[in-house]
Write a protein that binds this ligand. Structure first.
Ligand SMILES: [Zn+2]
Length: 212
């Protein structure tokens, strides 16, 4: 494996930026809003030091199931008694974090669907927003006149990642408070995570199961 180091670039991207770039690079009505035929099979949340991994099985419109990942960076785990927090359960333990700001917290994403693989994985890798190893460089069949799947070379997300994001949003994981006002600390939604967590495709052996 001669892949470049995972974090060789210092660029960083939030989930909102990825959505905006997908919107500008493509016809977003067809891409990200076509999620009505997509369903969430299961979601698990995996706390790691400074990050939170959301991993899901998402069933697509072709009735295939894809592994979909969003890893949020810059996560601080709060003591349970802290007020400004959301809680979730992972491996039968309860964790508390400050609500995630999808316009600010950087993310790394990945999906096993072909759309993400051929349209986004390589470009997200250059952008610092690919979770896991870079895919091998795709070489078109000689003589093929098929155009690039991503002519504007914008990083982005597939509809499965968008579906996972919507699921996390309705679970109360995200900061929805207006930015100018102090945050309401009333709600404490709890996301119940599936406890079966497999090893992610990245080498995450440190801090894989327990918080430091
Ligand atoms: Zn996908």
């Amino acid at each position: 494996m001669n892949d470049l180091p995972e974090d060789h670039l210092l660029l960083e991207t939030s989930l909102n930026q990825l959505i905006q770039k997908t919107d500008t690079g493509f016809d977003s009505d067809r891409r990200l809003n076509a999620t009505d035929t997509v369903s969430v099979v299961d979601v698990s949340l995996l706390p790691q030091k400074g990050t939170l991994m959301a991993k899901a099985k998402i069933r697509g419109s072709e009735n295939k199931t894809y592994d979909t990942y969003i890893q949020f960076q810059g996560i601080t785990y709060n003591p349970p008694e802290s007020q400004d927090r959301v809680t979730f359960v992972s491996n039968e333990q309860t964790y508390a974090i400050s609500p995630i700001d999808v316009g600010n917290n950087n993310v790394k994403v990945r999906c096993t669907c072909l759309d993400f693989r051929f349209r986004f994985a390589m470009i997200n890798s250059s952008d610092g927003s690919l979770y896991g190893p870079r895919p091998p460089i795709y070489r078109p069949v000689p003589g093929s006149n098929r155009g690039s799947a991503n002519p504007s070379k914008v990083p982005g997300i597939c509809k499965h990642i968008k579906t996972l994001m919507d699921e996390l949003s309705s679970g109360g994981l995200f900061d929805t408070a207006p930015k100018q006002q102090p945050q309401q600390a009333e709600q404490e939604p709890t996301i119940t995570a599936d406890t079966a967590i497999e090893t992610p495709p990245e080498n995450n052996s440190e801090n894989n199961s327990k918080l430091a």
